[in-house]
Ligand binder design. Structure first.
Ligand code: MN
Length: 207
């Protein structure tokens, strides 16, 4: 397969209920499938991910929409990509990528951060790209991802800060920052305008 696909990102994402239901369903199916593949009980999964058994059960029953931080804990515990919970990376419909107006947003109750896959996880190249919108006053802290995960954050609109090694690094539009994401890290927007960043996430250990 070639890598010449054109991606059109359209910030006109939408949030209606059916759409979120689809995401919750995909997250639930992915979690169940991963547990089945590994032969992990809910107890074992709770131990590996640091997410409570009760919460895992609620996610599987589609009763709860996991936060971005929780979803990252689950992805890291399974040593799998974040976007595999959002999009069917094996789908043949994923190839001629044109997502105008269809970009999926994760988790409506994380009110100040919107995470949308631009390129879902690429199994050959081991990376994925997200568009992240940080609304004014957003401060999002992330648990460490699995070892070998490298993030490249590039600001495309506004300005924001990245927390790495306990220090906030300021980034203006057009600037980028790369860091080892196997440590607590964060993103914040102290300005009065929206900040938009591209986050390129490499999984250097194959999943
Ligand atoms: Mn991260």
């Amino acid at each position: 397969m070639g890598y010449n696909n054109i991606v059109r990102y359209d910030a006109q994402f939408f949030l209606h209920r059916r759409h979120m239901k689809n995401i919750n369903k995909r997250i639930s199916l992915t979690l169940k499938e991963l547990r089945r593949e590994r032969g992990w009980s809910l107890d074992k999964t709770a131990e590996k991910t640091g997410v409570s058994k009760a919460m895992l059960g609620q996610i599987e029953r589609e009763e709860s929409s996991p936060t971005i931080a929780t979803l990252w804990k689950i992805a890291s515990g399974f040593d799998t990509s974040f976007s595999s919970f959002i999009e069917d990376i094996h789908s043949k419909f994923n190839k001629p990528i044109h997502r105008g107006g269809k970009t999926k947003q994760l988790h409506p109750t994380d009110e100040k951060i919107r995470v949308m896959p631009l390129f879902p996880f690429d199994e050959q190249l081991n990376f994925e790209v997200f568009v992240i919108e940080l609304l004014p006053t957003c401060e999002h802290l992330s648990p460490p991802h699995q070892s070998g995960v490298i993030e490249h954050v590039i600001v495309t609109e506004g300005k924001m800060e990245v927390l790495v090694n306990g220090a906030w690094q300021s980034l203006n539009k057009g600037e980028g920052f790369r860091f080892d994401a196997n440590q607590p890290h964060g993103y914040r927007n102290l300005s009065s305008k929206i900040a938009i960043v591209h986050d390129i996430i490499h999984y250097t250990k194959t999943t």
